[in-house]
Design a protein around this ligand. Structure first.
Ligand SMILES: Cc1cc2nc3c(=O)[nH]c(=O)nc-3n(C[C@H](O)[C@H](O)[C@H](O)COP(=O)(O)OP(=O)(O)OC[C@H]3O[C@@H](n4cnc5c(N)ncnc54)[C@H](O)[C@@H]3O)c2cc1C
Length: 133
């Protein structure tokens, strides 16, 4: 059985600008598993000399969507991973991802309890995952 901490090779299916500094990337996942709103994926980049950089990004897509996820990334000036994703990554490229990860800051849309979500900056991303319904 696939573990969330196994790396898999995702393919960039789509890239959409949200604002001047924010883009949403849709990744097709060969080993997709359902996530809960609030979980994240890790992205790992490997240079030709073997140097690796790894960052976490919250899942922006709704849990009902199968086989793919959206990650919404703010471009940080001089940021190693976010600027690569904004400036270099193109549709059709392949990239290492692992997830879904995290079980503390999660919620279920079906839960009957009242839910108050407040966020700023890229903190809005997990809120975008709060189901399309
Ligand atoms: C659980 C989790 C979820 C997250 N979700 C999201 C999300 O949904 N969307 C999102 O956009 N981000 C999210 N983040 C943040 C993301 O993981 C990265 O931290 C962010 O993208 C910056 O990474 P980077 O590699 O681009 O920048 P980095 O290379 O890590 O640099 C960050 C900043 O530090 C500065 N810096 C780097 N090196 C040095 C140095 N040696 N000296 C001084 N300054 C330096 C850079 O100039 C830059 O301003 C999340 C983080 C966590 C932990």
């Amino acid at each position: 059985m696939r573990q969330a901490l196994d790396w898999q090779i995702a393919t960039v299916k789509d890239i959409r600008p949200e604002t001047a500094k924010v883009k949403t990337f849709t990744f097709s996942l060969p080993n997709w598993t359902a996530h809960r709103a609030g979980q994240h994926y890790d992205v790992r980049l490997t240079a030709e000399d073997g140097y690796q950089a790894q960052r976490s990004y919250s899942i922006a897509s709704e849990p009902e969507r199968q086989g793919e996820i959206d990650l919404t990334v703010e471009r940080i000036e001089d940021g190693e991973v976010s600027s690569y994703m904004h400036d270099v990554l193109m549709k059709g490229d392949r990239i290492e991802l692992r997830g879904p990860i995290g079980g503390y800051f999660v919620w279920d849309p079906e839960s009957p309890e009242p839910l108050l979500l407040i966020a700023g900056g890229s903190g809005v991303v997990p809120l975008m995952s709060n189901s399309s319904r």
